[in-house]
Design a protein. Structure first.
Length: 329
C-alpha cells in the first residue's frame, strides 16, 4: 500500500504507523511535531508531513504528490471535554476535516478509504449494532455523527470505496492521552492513590489498541475491494421507500471490547501496584452518559487481547518509556 494516515501522532495512528512502516509506503500526516521517543520510533521510516485536515489544498497536494492509493483517516478533535468548551473547532476538524479528506479522495480517485468512527455516534445505547440509528448529543458526539453520515453520503452518492469501522474506547500506550487508563497508570507510577467515584459507575467498553490495528488491517485487506455498484437507472426518489432504506449501513463494522465500570478499570490496574489502594470519593469527574456499549459485528475478526493482558502490556510500555506525567501537546 501507499497509505496516508491522518492523525499519525494519536494513540491509534502511532500504533498503525509502527505496524506498517516496514512493509508499506506510509505518509504520516501530523498537525504538531511532538517531541517523543515513542513517536520517533513508531514513525521511523514513515514520510512525515505537517499540516491540518482543515487545509483542503494541503490535503489534496499530499495525496497527489505521494501517489497515495489508500487513506486511513483518524485525525479528529477527540476530547469530549475540549469539544464542549470549543465546539466550533470540534465541528471544523471533525466535520469539515472529513469533508476535505473525502473530497480530495474523490477528486483523485483514491481506491481505498477507511475512516474511523466512535461508538458515541449511537448515543446512550446498550449493545448498539451497525444498523442502530445515528444520534446527536454534545458537540463531540454530534460532530462525529455528522462525520459518519458524510462518509455514508460520499460512499453511496459517489460510489466510493469507503469503510466505516466503529470502535469503542481504545486503551494502550499513549503519553499524550488523558483518559482513564493512562491517567490511572500515571498516578500509580507516581505512587499516588487513584480515585474511584462512588455515586455513579459509568459503564464503557474497552479494547486494546493493537486489537483495533489488527481489525482495521483485516477490514482493509478483506473488504476494501468490495465496491458497491450504484446503478444510474434507479427509480426517482419519490418512488423509493426512504425510511426502509435509511439505515442500510454498508461497509460499517462495530469493533467492540470488554464491558467495564470505572471501578473495575481502576482495580485491574491496581493489580500491578499491590502497595496502593483506591481512594473512593463522592460524585463524578465530568458530565457523562451512564452507559454506552456496542455489539461486535461478525466480519471475520475477533479481538485477541483480554483486558487484563492489555493493561499489563500498557503498564510495561509506560515503564519502558518512563512516562509519569501527561506530556504537553
Amino acid at each position: 500500500m501507499r497509505v496516508l494516515i491522518t492523525g499519525a501522532t494519536g494513540l491509534l495512528g502511532s500504533h498503525i504507523c509502527r505496524r506498517l512502516k516496514d512493509t508499506d509506503f506510509v505518509v504520516a500526516m501530523v498537525r504538531d511535531a511532538l517531541p517523543s521517543r515513542w513517536l520517533g520510533e513508531a514513525l521511523q521510516n514513515c514520510v512525515g508531513v505537517r499540516g491540518d485536515v482543515r487545509d483542503f489544498p494541503f490535503v489534496r497536494r499530499v495525496i497527489s504528490e505521494y501517489q497515495v492509493d489508500t487513506v486511513i483517516h483518524l485525525a479528529a478533535l477527540a476530547s469530549v471535554k475540549i469539544a464542549n468548551i470549543d465546539p466550533m473547532t470540534a465541528y471544523e476538524v471533525n466535520v469539515m476535516g472529513t469533508v476535505n479528506i473525502l473530497e480530495a479522495c474523490r477528486q483523485l480517485n483514491i481506491k481505498r478509504i477507511l475512516m474511523l468512527e466512535t461508538d458515541k455516534v449511537y448515543g446512550q445505547v446498550m449493545e448498539a449494532t451497525a444498523t442502530s440509528p445515528i444520534l446527536y448529543a454534545g458537540p463531540y458526539e454530534t460532530s462525529k455523527s455528522c462525520s459518519f453520515l458524510i462518509g455514508e453520503s460520499y460512499r453511496d452518492f459517489y460510489n466510493m470505496n469507503i469503510l466505516l469501522p466503529v470502535t469503542t474506547n481504545m486503551y494502550g500506550f499513549d503519553e499524550f492521552n488523558d483518559r482513564i487508563v493512562p491517567n490511572v497508570i500515571r498516578q500509580c507510577l507516581r505512587n499516588e492513590r487513584p480515585y474511584i467515584y462512588k455515586e455513579k459507575n459509568i459503564v464503557r467498553q474497552y479494547i486494546y489498541v493493537e486489537d483495533v490495528v489488527d481489525a482495521l488491517l483485516y477490514i482493509l485487506n478483506r473488504y476494501a475491494s468490495e465496491v458497491r455498484i450504484i446503478h444510474h437507472n434507479t427509480p426517482p426518489l419519490e418512488s423509493l421507500e426512504y425510511p426502509a432504506n435509511l439505515y442500510k449501513r454498508n461497509n460499517v463494522f462495530n469493533i467492540a471490547g470488554e464491558t467495564k465500570t470505572q471501578e473495575q478499570v481502576v482495580l485491574e490496574i491496581l493489580e500491578h501496584f499491590p502497595d496502593l489502594t483506591p481512594h473512593y470519593i463522592e460524585g463524578e469527574r465530568t458530565k457523562e452518559v451512564a452507559y454506552e456499549t456496542i455489539k461486535m459485528t461478525d466480519f471475520g475478526y475477533v479481538p485477541k487481547t483480554s483486558f487484563a493482558d492489555g493493561i499489563k502490556r500498557t503498564i510495561e510500555l509506560f515503564k519502558k518509556y518512563e512516562v509519569r506525567e501527561v506530556q504537553a501537546l
